[in-house]
Ligand binder design. Structure first.
Ligand code: C2E
Ligand code: CA
Ligand code: CA
Ligand code: CA
Length: 276
C-alpha cells in the first residue's frame, strides 16, 4: 500500500510539474504576444431591442498561438496568476479604443471592454484609461468597463470605479447572478449596467417555462429599480430574443444577433447599415 501511495505521489508531482511548465510556457508566449501582433480583439454586437439594431460592441481578447486560437478562458487566468494581466489588459483596451473611435464617430457606437479586478487594484489604472482615451479620441461617454461580479466583493475596488465614473466612463457588472452577495452590495456599488449571465438566458426553452420567465422578469425589475441598464447575454434562439423583447429588456447580446468577429467584419456590417 505504501508503495502504491508513493507511486501516486510521484504521478501527482509529475502532473503538477507538467502543469507548471505549461503555465510558464503560456506566460512566456503572452509576454511575446504584447508586441508580436498575435494578441488581437474580436467584437460582438450589442443590440437595442427597441430598434433591433446594434448600438455597441463588446471587445473580446483573442490570442493566436502558433496556428491555433487559445480561448480567453484559458489564458486570462494564467495572465492573472503571473501578473501579466495589467499589460495585457492595457494593450487590449488600447487596441479596442483605437478601433472603436472610428465606429463611434461614424455610427455612434459605444465600446464595452472586460477588465480584471487585478487591473482595478493598480493605482495608476484610471490615469492609464484616460491616456488611452486621449490618444485614440474615443470619448469617455462611449466607453463601458465590465467587471465580473463574483470577484467584485472587495470594497477597495469602489474608489477606482468612482473615479472612472467621475470621468464619464460607465461601469457594468458582468455575469450578474453568478456571484454570491449580489443583492447586498448592488445598490452600494457605483455601477451603471447589469449584464444578466448567460445561464439565465440559455435556460429559456420554446415555449418558455413560467418559472424561468418570472426569474428573468425579476432580474429586469431589480435592474430597473436600481436605475441600471440591463443587458441579456447568450441569446441564441429567436424564441429567447422575442421573450426578452416582450419582457422589456433594453439590450441583448448573443449568437442569435451575431458572434464575436474581427474588426473588418464589423466594418462590413456597418456598411450594410446593421448599426444605428
Ligand atoms: P464574458 O465577458 O462573459 O464574454 C461572453 C462570452 O460568451 C464570450 O466568450 C463570447 O464569445 C461568448 N458568447 C457570446 N454570445 C454567446 C452565445 O449566444 N452563446 C454562447 N454559448 N456563448 C456566447 P469568450 O470570448 O471566449 O470570452 C470568455 C471570457 O473571457 C469572457 O466572458 C471574459 O470574462 C474573458 N475575457 C475575454 N476578453 C477579455 C479581456 O479583454 N479582458 C479580460 N479581463 N477578460 C476577458
Ligand atoms: Ca463581458
Ligand atoms: Ca465573464
Ligand atoms: Ca458575461
Amino acid at each position: 500500500a505504501k508503495q502504491a501511495g508513493g507511486a501516486r505521489t510521484a504521478r501527482f508531482d509529475e502532473s503538477l510539474r507538467a502543469e507548471q511548465s505549461e503555465r510558464a510556457r503560456t506566460a512566456a508566449g503572452l509576454r511575446q504576444a504584447l508586441t508580436d501582433g498575435s494578441l488581437f480583439m474580436h467584437y460582438q454586437p450589442v443590440v437595442d431591442t427597441a430598434s433591433g439594431r446594434a448600438t455597441g460592441v463588446e471587445a473580446l481578447m483573442r490570442w493566436r498561438r502558433g496556428g491555433e486560437l487559445v480561448p480567453p478562458g484559458v489564458f486570462i487566468p494564467i495572465a492573472e496568476q503571473t501578473g501579466l494581466i495589467g499589460a495585457l489588459g492595457t494593450r487590449a483596451l488600447r487596441l479596442a479604443c483605437a478601433q472603436a473611435a472610428t465606429w463611434h464617430r461614424e455610427h455612434g457606437l459605444y465600446l464595452t471592454v472586460n477588465v480584471s479586478t487585478h487591473q482595478l487594484r493598480d493605482p495608476g489604472f484610471t490615469a492609464a484609461v484616460l491616456e488611452i482615451l486621449a490618444d485614440t479620441g474615443l470619448p469617455a461617454a462611449a466607453l463601458v468597463l465590465e467587471i465580473t461580479e463574483s470577484v467584485l466583493i472587495d470594497a477597495a475596488d469602489t474608489p477606482v470605479l468612482g473615479s472612472l465614473r467621475a470621468h464619464g466612463i460607465r461601469i457594468a457588472i458582468d455575469d450578474f447572478g453568478t456571484g454570491y452577495s449580489s443583492l447586498a452590495y448592488l445598490h452600494a456599488l457605483p455601477v451603471d449596467i447589469l449584464k444578466i449571465d448567460q445561464s439565465f438566458i440559455r435556460r429559456h426553452e420554446d415555449p418558455p417555462r413560467p418559472q424561468d420567465v418570472s426569474l428573468t422578469r425579476a432580474i429586469l425589475e431589480l435592474a430597473r429599480s436600481q436605475d441600471l441598464l440591463a443587458v441579456a447575454e447568450g441569446v441564441e434562439t429567436a424564441g429567447q430574443a422575442e421573450l426578452l423583447r416582450d419582457l422589456g429588456c433594453p439590450l441583448v447580446q448573443g449568437y442569435h444577433y451575431g458572434r464575436p468577429v474581427d474588426a473588418a467584419a464589423i466594418d462590413t456590417l456597418m456598411r450594410e447599415d446593421a448599426f444605428q
